[in-house]
Write a protein that binds this ligand. Structure first.
Ligand code: HEC
Length: 293
């Protein structure tokens, strides 16, 4: 009897201890032994990287930078030992099935794409020749101006070639609109051999009530340069003030737009409240007066 209780306690302790430690995740042997049907080449690794940036980076961080989200357990870095203690079949299984904080991708990513992710992770395996070598970012400079008539942004980009700035050709330029919460990408353009890129703001882009848009110009991946904030330019479609009520009036916002019935009921309610307060004060004075008698 005593033995049974001891065993029970031991089992409970073991289960809770492994829960706290966060059990090591081991893929089943039959899944771990599956070999990768997708070829390990630059095209697949690059595609895998794209899929990774969209679906995984938010939690796992950048490969080799160990900047994952602080979840429990921490999502392992793509270049980490934990990641590479898996076989390719094991990686595929874990990406497919998920566990705890790691979502399953069986229903959101095709099988091909999940294998491409495995190829991308394998690019950082110490025993595998990397095909995708990320060069350190190149220092760059950007200058930009806006033509409100043509609704065009003209960008010039230069890169630091060992101390001298030279024209940066074939670089991706990203034009965004600054919004209250982050930037909204409007579009992209490539620089020509003069380091120049011309981007036309689409007619459909909506600015503020007067058509102003706060533009931000940045370079694509691989360049070290701060995004350039341009001053507001009148290049967007006018934003329409939402009409909640017919007749062009809106419910609130400014005094000119206010509905007469709303203004009067507001003033009525406020006036009524003040009258009531005044009456109460009057009564208090009356109490004092009578109490002195
Ligand atoms: C919502 C956050 C989140 C996202 C998004 C996410 N992961 Fe994870 N991932 C985790 C966490 C947390 C773990 C650790 C799970 C554990 O060990 O219990 C993990 C574990 C893993 C593992 C297993 C590592 C090991 O222990 O062997 C692999 C492989 C993996 N993730 C790949 C990916 C890939 C590829 C993607 C994108 C398709 C992705 N993850 C997206 C959070 C995430």
């Amino acid at each position: 009897m005593n033995n049974k209780i001891n065993l029970l306690i031991a089992v409970i302790l073991f289960i809770s201890a492994s829960q706290i430690r966060g059990q090591e995740w081991i893929a089943p042997a039959d899944k771990a032994s599956v070999s990768n049907p997708s070829e390990y080449n630059l095209a697949n690794v690059k595609k895998g990287k794209e899929i990774y940036q969209k679906n995984c980076k938010s939690c796992h961080g950048d490969a080799g930078k160990y900047n994952a989200l602080p979840l429990v357990p921490v999502p392992p870095d793509v270049a980490s030992e934990i990641m590479h203690s898996n076989t390719e079949g094991g990686l595929f299984h874990k990406i497919t099935a998920g566990k705890g904080g790691m979502p399953q991708f069986e229903t959101t990513l095709s099988e091909d794409d999940r294998w491409r992710l495995v190829n991308y992770i394998m690019n950082y395996n110490p025993n595998v020749e990397p095909v995708l070598v990320e060069a350190p970012p190149v220092k760059a400079k950007i200058m930009a101006s806006v033509n409100e008539v043509n609704k065009q942004v003209e960008v010039f980009a230069e890169f630091d070639n060992n101390g001298t700035f030279e024209k940066l050709a074939d670089a991706e330029v990203i034009v965004s609109a600054k919004k209250t919460f982050g930037n909204l990408v409007i579009g992209k353009a490539l620089t020509d051999e003069n380091g120049r890129a011309l981007f036309t703001i689409p007619e459909s882009h909506i600015g503020d009530e007067e058509g102003y848009v706060k533009l931000v110009v940045a370079l694509g991946e691989g360049y070290e340069v701060a995004a350039l904030d341009l001053k507001s330019a009148k290049v967007g479609k006018l934003k329409e003030i939402p009409k909640l009520i017919k007749g062009g009036e809106i419910l609130w916002s400014t005094n000119e737009n206010i509905q007469p019935w709303l203004l009067f009921s507001y003033l009525g309610a406020v006036g009524g409240a003040w009258l009531a307060i005044g009456y109460i004060i009057f009564l208090i004075f009356r109490i004092r007066k009578y109490s002195k008698l």
